[in-house]
Design a protein around this ligand. Sequence first.
Ligand code: GDP
Ligand code: CA
Length: 319
Amino acid sequence: MNVVALAGGVGGAKLADGLARNLQAGSLTVIVNSGDDFDHLGLRVCPDLDTICYTLAGLANPDTGWGRAGETWHAMDSLKQLGGPTWFRLGDHDLGTHLERTRLLAEGLTLSQVTESFCERWGIKHRILPMSNDRTPTIVHTDVGQLAFQDYFVNQKCQPQVIGFQFNNIESAQPAPGVLESLIDANVLIICPSNPWVSIDPILSVPGIKETILDRLDRLLVIAVSPIIAGAAVKGPAAKMYSELGIDPSALNVARHYGSQKNGGLLTGYVFDVLDRDQENDIEALGLSTLMTNTVMKFDADRIKLAKEVLRFTKSSLN
Ligand code: GDP
Ligand code: CA
């Protein structure tokens, strides 16, 4: 079975890690949002890509979900002492990643080549691809104006009210090498429980990605896992964004966001939490096969269990 997963950072990484541990080496490709990437302190920082790579490499900080375990902060401390910007926290180990990535990009390597080389060094047994090697920075339209994504997300702690989103240069971006090929070879596409607006939509907006998925629907199962549980996000602004956009944050509305294949959308199946049992009929009425289970991944064992259930659900749908 060839599996492709679409993922942002923290939520996506947990399920991607569960999938990686349940699947044979090499049979999983994770396509990661690169709309969060930005230049900071002269370095190229790729938050979602790094979260996915650190998590699959077993290097991630289990408490935050981002950054590295056992991190030290000496560089940030001296930056602070000098009056430099410290709103975006980069630990010492993490800085090594950004230094080397920035150096390799300046030498002419592409982001996907750099990522492949890092994954090999970190012993990751599956393929991790940025959605694109082109830069498509996410802009958040808010009540206080247009904000670069990390300014909104980290600096302003998601406080401004969201009006909409823009993925700059997305029309001219190309999928990274391997992205379309992995979709063409896949039997199963899993949309991880990532933020639909700013993690998954950027990936689906790269020209060619959604089109390739829609083209393959007769041979490709598309399953999404809800990041919204009982009307709330486990972490981050997804539910707040839904509310501010005038949409009730719910598992049902995430399913509607991606759409059912029966109505020209993407999904064949949908995985949502037992706490959202009351939405089961409405979700099924969209024409989706469903798996209702515990979807909170607090510990490693939860990731492995949920990934196993999702894979079993896809296999039963394949038959
Ligand atoms: P970011 O790029 O770091 O913001 O991370 P993602 O976009 O990948 O994930 C954010 C989403 O993950 C949020 O909407 C959370 O509700 C969701 N999420 C985080 N942890 C879990 C979990 O354990 N289970 C589920 N179902 N969703 C989760
Ligand atoms: Ca992100």
